[in-house]
Design a protein around this ligand. Sequence first.
Ligand SMILES: [Zn+2]
Length: 314
Amino acid sequence: MSRQFPSLLAGLAFALAVSACATPTTRHPVTAADLGIPAATSDMEASLARPGVVTFQRVAFARWTGGRGAFIDLDDPRTAGVPKGDEEATIYAYVIDHPRFGRVLIDAGVSATLEDRLNWVMRRGVRDLNVRIDRTMGQWLANETAPGAVFLTHLHFDHISGLIDLPLATPVYLGPGEAQERSRINLLLGSPADAILEGYGPLHEWAFQPDPDDAFDGIVDVFGDGSVWVISVPGHSTGSTAYLVNAVDGPKLVVGDAVSTRLGWEAGMPQPVPLAARAAAERSADRLRRFSVTHPAVEVFLGHQSRTGQVEGR
Ligand SMILES: [Zn+2]
């Protein structure tokens, strides 16, 4: 979409209005993570040769249907051959059980009470997605041990609403700058993240340092034993993260919405992100794909779909 302004003055007025209206993803307080050691991609790669010590499980919580343009940028010439239509998306969380540190989740599944906390614009938007819940986080918890922590790939509502059903004392970790990302759309949508995080303590930001190998923006060894790594993959959102899990049945790479669909991963289609984030989003996606090509034994889990040949979890 291009915007034309009759004069420089009008342009300046517009810029001022935009900056005045841009609000953060959440006003929830953040603090530095009390977990994790900054590391290099080569450290993470070396860990792949050691036997895994944690278990890993993917749980599907809900499905929704969205226009293909919600996942890939249909205005980009590289997507010209892709027909219009819908994509089926699944909302997942991932369960990691560590022999010493206990259970953590990556992302939080869904809560049935999300809609009650949303403003009418957001509520209508969610209804249009025709969300079909398989299980809520509350229902899952009825038969499962509650996690000692939740590691978020990012703060979008379809990755975090299950926090509503989790104990409020559960520490929540996320990428730096994720909470503070400013956008005009947040004002319109009434900050679903604020509504979902109500009652939680400060969010813990991973302390990334530049990756000495320059293969990623940053790497943190979460428990200091090479079992779980968090990778900085900005672009889809400012603080987007991916997680490499050295599981007993082989290494897993959870990429979050850095790449959410098969069209994004297998055909390299770009995401519909704001212009300012486009280069970062493509760079992060390219870096994840490159890592996967170098390490084909690592099983990749996309944000909202299974890879071709993988069975959708239930
Ligand atoms: Zn997202």
